[in-house]
Write a protein that binds this ligand. Structure first.
Ligand SMILES: [Zn+2]
Length: 126
């Protein structure tokens, strides 16, 4: 009897794990289920950099004569300060899920959360 209960638990666990995987798969983005699989893509004109979301960091981006201070904390990203005239990027709330973005039009900076590796497909023309 004990053995039966154990097997049933294992089976239930496997089914639950499979279901979780299936949900992630059918949702179209396994990355949404695993924060470690996300990265921050920083697009500045013809530059494209990737920043890890698993490590907290603060960095400054310079573009079009503006300086933007970006903070990565606990898997979220936000703009702490920016010299741009409209301050839209500063007022955009922190992003933490795949495909969310913060855009600073005056500076020409796009901060975008993407599943790891996806940014490699971006082709910059010119
Ligand atoms: Zn800005």
């Amino acid at each position: 009897m004990k053995r039966f209960v154990g097997d049933a638990l294992i089976a239930a666990f496997i089914i639950a794990a499979a279901a979780a995987l299936a949900i992630c798969f059918f949702a179209g983005s396994a990355a949404l289920c695993e924060a470690d699989d996300l990265q921050l893509s920083v697009l500045v004109k013809d530059r494209h950099d990737s920043v890890s979301l698993s490590d907290d960091s603060v960095f400054v981006i310079e573009s079009n004569g503006f300086e933007m201070t970006v903070v990565v904390r606990d898997g979220s990203v936000y703009v702490e300060k920016c010299d741009c005239p409209d301050q839209v990027c500063v007022h955009t709330k922190a992003i933490s899920s795949a495909y969310q973005s913060i855009i600073c039009a005056p500076a020409g900076i796009i901060l975008k959360i993407e599943p790891k590796g996806e940014g490699d497909e971006i082709i910059v023309a010119g």
